[in-house]
Design a protein around this ligand. Sequence first.
Ligand code: GLY
Length: 299
Amino acid sequence: MKASLIVHGGAWDIPPDLIEAHKSACQAALLEGWEILSSECHALEAVEAAIRVMEDDPALNAGTGSVLNAEGQIELDAGIMEGGGLEAGAVAAVQNIRNPISLARKVLESEYVFIVGEDAVLFAGTAGMERCSREELVVEKELRLWRAQRGAAASRSQEGHGPTGGDTVGAVAIDHRGDIAVGNSTGGRPLKHPGRVGDSPLVGCGLYADNTLGGAACTGQGEAIIRVVLAKTAVDLLKRGRPVREAATLAVQLLRKKVNGRGGLIMVDRNGNVGYSFNTPAMAYAYMSEDQDEAVIGV
Ligand code: GLY
């Protein structure tokens, strides 16, 4: 089986001065995940490792450097799924956790699928994960943006993320055994209502994996993505052998057509082929397959 890994750093209107930072974050995540995938580890390990790299990169809206909510807090969502037994784990609206993807993984390994808020943080404690302070997650750039955006909040469009809003990070992998894994992590929308949850941690909406078809991870306007159950829709488009690139394109077209949504997604199919599509001005991505000589990095 051909192993493959694709990652993205969020579909949105990336300002020109942040493009390089987004590309290099994706490249670093790909390298980390690919090393793990190449050493015969399960696809879940590669996805978790790749996303941790992006969570730790302050340029991206996940983990450290996430956007702030209406109250100036960082509330994080993450989800992870594997396509063999359809096992999934997710957390939402969690504060004081540096790597929510690893907490989602702990949930996947538990009897539960989804734990939210302060109780998810308590769960992290029982699973041996340390809390961090709010200050460790907040970066100066996002604090300045929050102050500026708060003033303009009343006039902000409901259409989605602001031009400085960032989005989700995600990864999809298939390993040598044909096991597929998908993960997402995000700070959500800037100035979001406390407790608001987008598509990223929701099985079927932000992520889906099924070894018999493929896997998909979504990014963009969560409120739109949820309503078209975008990840499951994209994976279902792989039925009857449709090429993965075509499935990705069709899914993003459907997002626009049905709910006028903006976003993107990354995919792998059960044969290790990768695909991606987005209808936002930009989406940083990187991918590698065993039949490629070198990684592809783009935006
Ligand atoms: N796509 C991320 C969010 O809407 O929260």
